[in-house]
Design a protein around this ligand. Structure first.
Ligand code: SF4
Length: 279
């Protein structure tokens, strides 16, 4: 049994929240550059230049990458041989998140769904925990903005719809979303599971590095097919037209009920802010 201090979890989560909101991951920056090089429209090229400038300014000044610092979403894998000392896992993550959003001057976006009164500290953190073999504790943090999350959808298709139905739904979703999710987007697709598993898979799939295809070549081929179809929509960077509507498509698959074909589409904006830590 390995012991991890609750105070270490809290301190790491605080840093993750601040850093995620200041520094775009390398894979995202590289992908922006690759896609910018393929654009021919002056407007699209200029938008990519502004996105790069924005990222550089955030890193230099410590100001957040976007005014919407998002709800703080955490995916946690905790080994069966890990013991948390001095507090609970969920409380440590929430406390670290509250501290990070406070210390980093990050906008708190969490509110009551009816009164719309702000909770004041971005709480609650949204935490998904998986118990896994081993003695490691891994935490991924995403700052998930409202504009792109609003464009996400889940549907239970009829099994007969198959890949053609899935593709149609995903492409239509991005077409209907238009400029709302601040394209170029990253599209997470959860296929299978059930009503609650599919959207969780779709969101977690967004954490796979850009440019890294699914390990199963058959699924990787579907990702590539979807990416081409979405980019032929011509929505382009910030919806102003161009070759790049989507930076990458990430699919996750799980077995499902024989009467269902669950499908979830999680839309991530270009400001794909996330961090991970292993304790
Ligand atoms: S969708 Fe993303 S880039 Fe656009 S406002 Fe929201 S967080 Fe910011």
């Amino acid at each position: 049994m390995r012991t991890v201090k609750a105070s270490d979890i809290k301190a790491n989560v605080t840093h993750m929240c601040i850093d995620a909101n200041r520094y775009l991951p390398e894979d995202v920056l590289n992908r922006l550059d690759e896609c910018a090089a393929r654009e021919t429209s002056p407007t699209a090229i200029e938008i990519f230049r502004q996105l790069r400038e924005n990222a550089a300014l955030a890193a230099e000044t410590g100001l957040p990458l976007c005014q919407d610092c998002g709800l703080a979403v955490f995916f946690v894998e905790i080994g069966e041989d890990v013991k948390i000392e001095g507090g609970s896992l969920k409380e440590s993550i929430t406390a670290g998140m509250v501290q990070g959003y406070q210390d980093g001057y990050l906008r708190k976006s969490s509110c009551d769904p009816f009164t719309r009164k702000n909770t004041g500290n971005n709480a609650p953190a949204i935490i998904h925990i998986d118990l896994v073999p081993g003695d490691k504790l891994k935490i991924w943090m995403m700052a998930k903005g409202g504009g792109s999350e609003n464009m996400s959808r889940v549907i239970l298709l009829a099994p007969a719809e198959g890949w053609a139905g899935i593709k149609k739904f995903v492409v239509n979703r991005i077409a209907e979303a238009g400029s709302n999710p601040c394209p170029p987007v990253i599209v997470g697709v959860g296929i299978g599971g059930n009503f609650e598993i599919a959207p969780i898979m779709a969101k977690k799939a967004l954490l796979r590095p850009l440019g890294e295809p699914h390990p199963d070549p058959a699924i990787a081929k579907l990702e590539a097919e979807l990416l081409v179809e979405i980019n032929t929509l011509g929505i382009g960077p910030m919806g102003l037209g161009g070759e790049t509507t989507c930076l990458d498509v990430k699919i996750a698959v799980a077995p499902c009920h024989l009467a269902s074909l669950p499908l979830a589409v999680n839309v991530q904006c270009h400001s794909a802010r996330h961090k991970e830590v292993e304790l």
